[in-house]
Design a protein around this ligand. Sequence first.
Ligand SMILES: [Fe+2]
Length: 270
Amino acid sequence: MALRLIQLSDIHFGFENATAVDAATAYVRRTPFDLLAISGDITQIGSEIEFAKAAAWLAALPGAKIATPGNHDTPWAGLVERMLMPWERYDRWIRPHAPATFDTPSLAALSVNSARGWQIRLNWSKGEISRAQAKAAAAALEAAPSRARRVVVAHHPLVEFPGEPMTGRVRGGRRAAERLALSGADLVLSGHVHTPFVQALPFGDRRTFAVGAGTLSRRERGEPPGFNVIDIDGDALTVAAMAWNGRTFHIGHAWEVTLRPIAARPETEA
Ligand SMILES: [Fe+2]
């Protein structure tokens, strides 16, 4: 069964690359897909104005969506709000248009919030996945229909890969990634670093793939603005990282890997 996901990330409304966002939006409108996944940093400073813009954009996009917040999607100007209700704005503006889960017999996706309003460390932009979050996500993956491809959407890459321009330094990330891999995750999507990549997670059968998307903002880190088109056809996974050259999108990078055969999974359905 063929599946297509489009992964958009790090749009940073308020500091978006407007022409790239418009072109990506047009691409999404004319391209058939099964799920649009948005891996966080939808806004720049988590302001009401930015969230309103993001929500209007999401509402106008076709098809099924899933999203997760990034570290920029909490109010940067409101310390009390960040500490007491960091995701109130995200939940109010974004959640109605892009829920946290997506379930069909052929595709089960869930988001895991790796961002925090504040942390007991100096750099609050880094990530964290609690044991409870990892446990809940693993349980949801294991409960998915046995024929479904299993996809997790987080903002931060859960483990670090060499060559990336910045780190996620996710507390509990490695532990969570291992647990997700052992629970049958096929893909773990992320943003944050603003550069695209596909890497096998070094756990279990090494057939769980971390897929990072670029940014549609002006916060470029050595790569042009972009997004991912993810195609699954049987056990074949193709990821095309679309790259913006100022006028149009073209395939900047592409990866082809082999997913874990669905038949190799333990049966989890009754
Ligand atoms: Fe970002």
